[in-house]
Design a protein around this ligand. Structure first.
Ligand code: NAD
Length: 247
């Protein structure tokens, strides 16, 4: 579904991002994954190359809080692969702090990674996509971007912003043949969730209409669809992948 396309996936070393990278490779794309540290990027790359030596996959670890650093990493992808067809802004951190317990700078840290870094990646990528005649951008939002959540207010705030950015850029960039969408996962079995005891996960799963929490692959499939030509007329969409769990 993605043959001939080049993708950049931020937060691609584990969890949902890693599942996206793998599905993109399985579907014929060339992928550059971004992570936060050299060790985790190298580990992800060697596991993917072991699985299939024919996959064209590379990695980088720009500081996503530094606009210039992100721009250089994006330009390096264009230099090496000649184009960027798909940008997935997936890196993110969550939060569960009660509002009166927030420490100085804690709110800003969540917003910085979950919102500002997306803008830093989009700005140089849009220039490249305009030059090549189009592309697509997919942002990882969350179920809480619709419902809010009690606690960790920085996190839902950041994901509401992701939706706003997605819809607005879809309207701005449509005439340049650049589609912009988001995926809003529900509770998904990544490191964070897998660390929770069974006694906590089971009641959560029981409250979900599909009676299970999501797997990273469930979410990654939506990213394949939205990046593919099957979604050629889909833009400005926030696609829920949450088993109909609405908090
Ligand atoms: P995860 O913690 O397993 O992975 C997060 C990824 O982001 C990692 O690859 C990590 O390297 C990267 N990252 C974190 N901090 C970074 C930093 N400062 N600089 C650069 N990269 C950094 O999390 P996940 O569950 O796979 O989450 C991925 C995305 O999905 C996030 O945007 C998250 O908000 C969203 N999400 C997750 C769930 C869930 O239940 N797991 C639900 C809804 C939305």
């Amino acid at each position: 579904m993605l043959r001939g396309k080049t993708a950049v996936v931020t937060g691609g070393t584990r969890g949902i991002g890693f599942a996206i990278v793998k599905k993109y490779l399985e579907n014929g794309a060339k992928v550059v994954l971004f992570g936060s540290r050299k060790e985790t990027v190298d580990k992800a790359l060697s596991s993917l190359r072991n699985e299939n030596p024919d996959w064209e996959v590379d990695g980088a670890y720009p500081d996503l809080s530094d606009a210039r650093n992100v721009e250089e990493a994006i330009e390096a992808v264009k230099e090496k692969f000649g184009r960027i067809d798909i940008l997935v802004n997936n890196a993110g951190i969550s939060d569960s702090t009660k509002v009166d317990n927030y420490e100085q700078g804690q709110f800003e840290k969540v917003i910085s990674l979950n919102v500002n870094s997306i803008f830093y990646a989009i700005r140089p990528t849009v220039k490249i996509m305009k030059e090549q005649g189009g592309g697509c951008i997919i942002n990882t939002s969350s179920m809480v971007s619709i419902s809010g959540q009690p606690g960790g207010v920085a996190y839902p705030t950041s994901k509401f912003a992701v939706n706003g950015l997605t819809l607005s850029l879809a309207r701005e960039l449509g005439p340049s043949n650049i589609r912009v969408n988001a995926v809003a996962p529900g509770i998904t079995r990544t490191d964070m969730v897998a660390a929770l005891p069974k006694e906590m996960i089971e009641p959560m799963a029981a409250a979900i209409p599909l009676r299970r929490i999501g797997e990273p692959e469930d979410v990654a499939n939506a990213f394949v669809f939205l990046a593919s030509d099957m979604a050629s007329y889909v833009t400005g969409e926030v696609l829920s992948v949450d088993g109909a769990m609405r908090a």
